[in-house]
Design a protein around this ligand. Structure first.
Ligand code: DC
Length: 229
């Protein structure tokens, strides 16, 4: 009989956290939660209600409006993962746009927003059997997680992955703009006051710049197997 554990995956943007997290959740029949999608959905709401644009951010207005933001995930059998819903509407595609990517780090800096999302994330994981990815999962959301991974890869490798993803879905994209966005998000995510992106003391670091998905998955599964005995 194996026991259910909590797996926390943190790391920089576009390090393939969600790909590996989805695979692990499938293999273990665990719930998978992409917390970045939650910050992105709040950002989309802020854009739709004119709280944020490239040169202004009314964070107080957005915070006052937080009770009206309802986030949920619904599993899509065909895709094999849960899609993000904002106030009952599927926003999975919109939240991945470059416009949202450009503004999300600013929204994720606001403590009141982090508090709300962290509370919801802890609730989703209260029965364990969960793989959650983000920036503060092993440090803030689940400091007692049995397995903590920290993913890294060079900015250039990450921007190339993101560029291909966006091209594949038919977006018009510019590589330099994406590289700049990746670097800018790294900077804001690692230097913000509340819950900056740092490696938890007991996290295992994975640099996957030159590691294939299969090798990564196998290595991580062997770590999982040690913990679920
Ligand atoms: O993982 P992602 O790139 O979709 O995340 C989008 C942004 O949300 C990222 O710039 C940082 C922020 N984020 C965060 O601050 N804390 C989390 N747990 C997850 C994401």
């Amino acid at each position: 009989m194996t026991k259910k554990i909590t797996i926390a995956i943190d790391g920089f943007s576009s390090t393939g956290k969600s790909t590996i997290a989805k695979q692990l959740a499938k293999e273990l029949s665990y719930i998978y939660v992409d917390t970045g999608a939650m910050y992105r959905a709040v950002t989309l709401y802020a854009m739709q209600h004119n709280y944020i644009s490239e040169n202004h951010f009314n964070s107080e207005g957005l915070v006052a409006d937080l009770p009206n933001i309802s986030l949920s995930f619904t599993f899509n059998e065909k895709l094999g993962f849960a899609e993000m819903f904002l106030n009952g509407i599927n926003v999975e595609k919109e939240i991945r746009s470059i416009e949202v990517s450009k503004l999300v780090s600013k929204v994720a800096e606001v403590s009141e927003i982090r508090k709300k999302l962290v509370r919801e994330q802890q609730e989703m994981g209260k029965n364990k059997g969960i793989v959650m990815d983000g920036r503060d999962i092993g440090t803030v959301v689940f400091p007692n997680a049995e397995l903590k991974l920290f993913m890294t890869a060079s900015a250039d490798k990450r921007a190339t992955r993101r560029y291909k993803e966006l091209l594949d879905r038919g977006d018009k994209v510019n590589y330099e703009e994406i590289l700049h966005n990746v670097q800018e998000r790294d900077r804001i995510d690692s230097t913000r006051k509340d819950s900056p992106l740092i490696i938890a003391d007991d996290a295992i670091e994975f640099d996957n710049s030159d590691m294939g998905l299969k090798e990564q998955f196998e290595r991580i599964m062997s770590l999982v197997n040690l913990k679920v005995q």
